[in-house]
Design a protein around this ligand. Structure first.
Ligand SMILES: O=C(O)C[C@H](O)C(=O)O
Length: 247
């Protein structure tokens, strides 16, 4: 199926969900969109819920973050640092942008046992190439292997998001959902759903993390995933009330 068809068919479901939530849901409802393409489906959903704050919508990019944490842990194995490190010792891991293949696993800001990942895994080539590609492609690799999307890890990630929404983010760490962009400090275009680092107090509301490092490597990649999301957005304009779709 072409991406434009997928966007249209799945997008219609999320437009209807948005309208239904708008009609009956609490104005404080928190919405987590799982169906792919989840960033743009979240955008469609929130555009159909004018009575509910766009801040209440999240896209499930947590799955990618958990994968990135696990791959980082495997990276530790590669440099014989497995002892004492499990993936829950990896903090500040985010993926930037879309849940799809252009996503940017941000190893630059991530830490292992409080130390920058790049100081623990000094093979930067491995981080830029193998690690990044593994995280980007795991979803499609699993579909090829099993003939369907991953279900258990999606369910676990969904529970993780809900737990993160109702628990204060641990000191020094981040929460990393796909969120609606409006006036963010990272220069990401407004009016899309983009995964970025956040912190929560445990009441479901969040603020964007401020202590974020950007080097020469990340911006180009972040621009690419932003461009993909802007293109998806044009493709679903008929579902967001913004005119004719253009794919
Ligand atoms: O369902 C998919 O397209 C893949 C899924 O989002 C995943 O990342 O495992």
């Amino acid at each position: 199926m072409e991406q434009a068809d997928l966007l249209d068919i799945n997008g219609q479901i999320f437009a209807e969900q948005g309208k239904a939530l708008n009609a009956v849901a609490s104005r404080n409802v928190k919405v987590l969109v799982v169906g792919n393409p989840c960033n743009t489906n979240a955008l469609i959903c929130l555009k159909n819920e004018p009575n509910i704050s766009a801040k209440n919508f999240h896209a499930l990019t947590r799955l990618d973050v958990t994968r990135a944490k696990c791959q980082t842990f495997l990276g530790c194995e590669l440099v014989a640092l497995k002892a004492g490190v499990f993936y829950d010792k990896v903090s500040n891991m985010t993926i930037r942008g879309n849940h799809l293949m252009t996503q940017v696993p941000d190893f630059l800001n991530a830490k292992i046992n409080g130390m920058p990942v790049t100081e623990v895994i000094t093979d930067i080539k491995w981080l830029k190439e193998e690690f990044t590609e593994r995280v980007q492609k795991l979803g499609s690799v699993l579909i090829q292997k099993w003939g369907r999307s991953s279900a258990a890890s999606t369910a676990v990630s969904t529970v993780d998001v809900i737990r993160s929404l109702v628990t204060p983010t641990p000191d020094g760490d981040w929460f990393f959902p796909g969120v609606y962009t409006t006036g963010n400090p990272y220069g990401i275009a407004d009016d899309i759903v983009f995964s970025m680092p956040c912190r929560l107090k445990g009441d479901g509301d969040y603020e964007l993390a401020k202590d974020v490092i950007i080097d020469n490597y990340l911006p180009d990649r972040i621009k690419k995933t932003e461009a993909e999301l802007l293109a998806e957005k044009r493709c679903v304009a008929h579902l967001t009330g913004e005119g004719n779709a253009y794919c």
